[in-house]
Design a protein around this ligand. Structure first.
Ligand code: UDP
Length: 370
């Protein structure tokens, strides 16, 4: 018998919202549920003093894909924000990512040749043949000065483990440039939705039935009976009642402050490298949208061990957890009428554009199967 909905979509983050949008456009009836009191998953913004506060960590949209850029821009216009974080190390401010400005600030090198020579000299002294961990990988890529000033202490705070005990792949993508270019991302398109990410989610979910404060696991039998198919974007291990074991994450605690000043740090993102600070960075949200409010809101990010009562932010994709995930993935392939997708369901630290691309591909495949 035909059920009430074609799709029950569990989770209203980017994966669920894009899927719901595409399915609805194709004439399907969808119900979106979310256990939080709001939609949008981790891109949700809270308005504080007229400022969009990125409640679950800073989100900066970037992509090389023109089609994807046009896709998100149909729901909300994006501004021209370019992420250019700074790093405070031993009392001095430096530009990130590692570029000619950073090298000048660190060594006084003026030309790309001088900077390259400096890095090569350090890599020759400290580099190793086959890097086995994050520390060796960093020393191989950028040498000791950069590692000591910008990577070691930040990374150890972020992951709560020694850099020698962390996998190399975490910093495989560290950009190093020999131009005076502080743009953190290499992508062609970048920006923040004008008016905040909630507008993007509202646009995607426009006209679709959504129920918040509703936990799928509170009554699976009831929810399963509602729809022919399920789109699940929650934690994959939770879906399977943790029967193979618990996947580990790294979590964050956000400490927000409203300050009676119009400009606290002059930039949206300032990283705090030194171990003497417990937090890794301070986000000043108004700068994402060039805000002119009289007050400001800042957030300090404190990395934390994850436990089931706090938010799961960064998957720990080490060998042990990855093998466990593969086990769950095997189970998910056998699950009929359930589509798994998104960061928590695929145990992968996706950027926003990757999640949207994945949701578009999956929904296209699914909807063309009918
Ligand atoms: N990282 C670092 N120093 C910095 C910023 C980043 O060593 O100032 C390393 C750190 O290991 C971190 C990784 O690069 O986990 C990725 O950081 P990024 O800020 O790009 O990721 P995000 O946490 O914003 O997703």
């Amino acid at each position: 018998m035909k059920k009430q909905y074609d799709y029950l979509i569990i989770g209203s983050g980017l994966f669920g919202s894009v899927f719901a949008h595409e399915a609805t456009k194709a004439g399907k009836k969808c119900l979106v549920i979310d256990k939080r009191e709001h939609t949008g998953g981790n891109v949700y913004c809270e308005n504080v003093e007229g400022i969009n506060v990125h409640k679950y960590g800073a989100h900066i949209f970037h992509t090389n894909d023109k089609g994807l850029w046009d896709y998100v821009n149909q729901f909300v216009e994006f501004n021209h924000y370019i992420n250019s974080p700074l790093s405070l190390s031993k009392g001095k401010l430096y530009n990130l990512p590692f570029n000619m400005n950073t090298f000048y600030q660190l060594w006084g090198t003026i030309t790309p040749q001088e900077a390259k020579a400096k890095i090569e000299e350090q890599v020759a002294i400290y580099g190793v043949e086959n890097p086995k961990n994050l520390e060796e990988q960093a020393l191989n890529l950028v040498g000791k000065d950069i590692y000591d000033n910008f990577i070691k202490e930040y990374t150890e705070k972020q992951w709560g483990r020694k850099a020698t005990e962390l996998p190399a792949f975490i910093i495989k993508r560290l950009p190093v440039r020999f131009t005076f270019d502080n743009n953190y991302f290499n992508d062609t398109y970048q920006g923040i939705p004008i008016g905040g990410y909630n507008k993007l989610i509202e646009g995607l979910l426009n006209g679709i039935e959504v129920v918040t404060n509703t936990d799928y696991f509170s009554d699976r039998v009831k929810f399963n009976a509602l729809a022919d198919k399920i789109v699940y974007s929650g934690k994959i291990d939770e879906y399977f009642d943790y029967k193979l074991g618990v996947l580990e994450y790294r979590s964050l605690r956000f400490e927000n402050e409203i300050l009676d000043t119009d400009n606290f740090q002059g930039n949206a993102v300032v990283n705090y490298n030194d171990a003497s600070y417990d937090f890794t960075r301070i986000i000043e949200h108004k700068h994402f949208e060039f805000g002119q409010q009289s007050k400001t809101v800042i957030t300090k990010e404190y990395p934390q061990e994850w436990n089931p009562s706090n938010e799961a932010f960064y998957p720990i994709n080490d060998a042990k957890n990855q093998a466990l995930y593969e086990g769950y993935r095997e189970l998910s392939l056998k699950e009929k009428n359930v589509i798994f997708g998104g960061r928590l369901s695929e145990y992968k630290y996706y950027d926003m554009h990757q999640v949207i691309a994945m949701a578009l591909t999956r929904s296209k495949k699914e909807l063309s199967n009918d």
